[in-house]
Design a protein around this ligand. Structure first.
Ligand code: HEM
Length: 447
């Protein structure tokens, strides 16, 4: 423990754990405000955490000195679902998986998924009625799941996609409630949620292995979905590909990492537009000017500059990944301070993105702030919704394309109003930052 580093006072045994759990975002913001670049706090008697709030220090951890760290323990629970996929593996194993998967996420490659994204938005809206009240967060979860399922497996699956979707939901729900719970009940104990999870996991495993099996038998069919990319990937050095189990782990990883994050981002966008009619108006004008009523295609995205500013600003205020952590593996110096193995360094997108040092009126939704070259002028880790360094989000282009296409397809047809404008919508920082209790809205069909 580094005694020279300041931090908020804690209780004798639990340290700062209770204060953090009561209000994680408020706790971190206040810690940063009161104690400066590096803040020490303690979860329980032994766990020492250091919050970094200087972008240069964050860069050291994620980029220049990343070899001294590994992902912090919080991710271990995810392993029951994603195994040793790219999100949870370390060192050489991670590097190999990252190299194998990278081509599947290249900008040109994923551009072919644009149509699927728009199509699913259109199908979803066929169910929507004028003046209807809905929880649009549920809709965003459903539509992003449908999109990732189709981009992963393609069309025409023999397996029941609804069942696969439900099993994935159960798996994801299990990881997020377990990761946010402080009571650790082993999977072998037959609680209701454990049994439900195990049944879903078994069903899902069987379905995914069946699909992999069929595909391996019919390789060379010219399919272009993500699964085809994973199956075709070969190591540059030794020419080997992934085993069935690795492919299964990566399929689950992509579902876990790419589904709820994107859905949350969309929900926050709807919330922000509903509470900022002038921004919504400006968005409608841009959509009319660029698209003139037709559904968007990928090539439109660079011309939809206000759409892009809205997304950048929404991810600033409500970053779906609100904090990331790393555990020290061997002694390392960051910002002139030494850190020991086992200590945890935490970096919070939520805290950095609302720091008045980098953003004027940091709590206000002002998409126009990104109209110029602000992103270029900011220090590199004052804005980092997708992390950075060798473990930067592999799906960042996928996510940006999906949010741009969903936003411009849906906003052309519907205005989204809050059903209860007087009720505050609070961010709930679980594994991802989501609107607490969803987002209840009224749909208004646009003329
Ligand atoms: C707005 C949506 C998204 C946000 C905010 C987001 C954010 C992040 C962040 C911050 C990380 C780094 C975590 C760390 O360093 O500890 C990450 C990693 C990752 N993300 Fe995303 N993500 C999003 C969407 C997606 C999508 C759509 C996919 C896949 C289709 C995806 C797949 C991944 C994977 C596989 C990793 C692990 C990369 C590695 O460790 O090498 N993400 N994401």
């Amino acid at each position: 423990m580094n005694l020279t580093i300041p931090g908020p006072k804690g209780l004798p045994i639990s340290g700062n754990l209770l204060a953090f759990r009561r209000d994680p975002l408020g706790f971190l913001q206040e810690a940063a405000r009161e104690h400066g670049d590096i803040v020490h706090f303690r979860f329980g008697p032994q766990r020492h955490i250091y919050l970094l709030t200087n972008p240069d220090h964050i860069k050291e951890v994620l980029v220049s000195k990343q070899a001294h760290f590994r992902k912090a323990k919080g991710l271990q629970v995810a392993k029951v679902v994603v195994g040793e996929g790219i999100l949870t593996s370390e060192g050489k194993k991670h590097l190999r998986q990252r190299r194998l998967m990278q081509p599947a996420f290249h900008r040109e490659r994923i551009a072919s998924y644009g149509q699927t994204m728009v199509d699913h938005a259109l199908v979803m809206m066929d169910q929507w009625r004028d003046q209807e009240e809905r929880n649009i967060h549920d809709d965003m979860m459903k539509v992003t799941l449908a999109i990732i399922t189709e981009t992963m497996f393609g069309k025409g699956l023999k397996q029941d996609t609804d069942k696969i979707g439900q099993a994935i939901e159960v798996g994801l729900h299990y990881v997020s409630t377990k990761a946010s719970s402080f009571i650790d009940i082993p999977l072998s104990v037959p609680t209701r949620s454990n049994v439900r999870f195990r049944e879903a996991a078994e069903m899902l495993d069987k379905a995914i292995y069946d699909i992999i099996d069929e595909r391996r038998k019919r390789e060379g069919e010219g399919r272009t979905d993500l699964l085809a990319m994973l199956l075709a990937a070969r190591d540059e050095d030794d020419g080997t590909g992934m085993t069935d189990q690795q492919v299964r782990d990566e399929v689950m990883t992509i579902f876990l990492a790419g589904h709820e994050t994107t859905a949350n981002t969309m929900s926050w966008i709807w919330y922000l537009l509903a509470t900022h009619p002038e921004a919504e108006q400006k968005l409608h004008s841009e959509l009319q000017e660029v698209l003139g009523g037709r559904p968007p295609v990928v090539d439109d995205i660079p011309r939809l500059s206000y759409v892009n500013q809205i997304i950048t600003e929404a991810m600033r205020l409500y970053p779906a990944a609100w904090a990331i952590s790393r555990e020290v593996v061997d002694e390392v110096e960051i910002g002139g301070q030494k850190f020991q193995p086992g200590e945890t360094l935490m970096m919070s997108q939520y805290v950095m993105h609302r720091n008045p040092k980098y953003y004027e009126n940091p709590d206000q939704f002002i998409p126009e702030r990104f109209a110029g070259d602000l992103l270029k002028k900011l220090p590199s880790f004052a804005y980092f919704p997708f992390g950075g360094g060798p473990r930067v989000c592999i799906g960042n282009n996928f996510a940006l394309m999906e949010t741009a296409l969903l936003l411009s397809t849906i906003a052309q047809r519907f205005r989204i109003r809050l059903a209860h404008p007087d009720r505050p919508v609070e961010p709930e920082p679980l594994v991802t930052l989501r609107p607490k209790n969803g987002l209840q809205v009224v749909l208004e069909k646009r003329p």
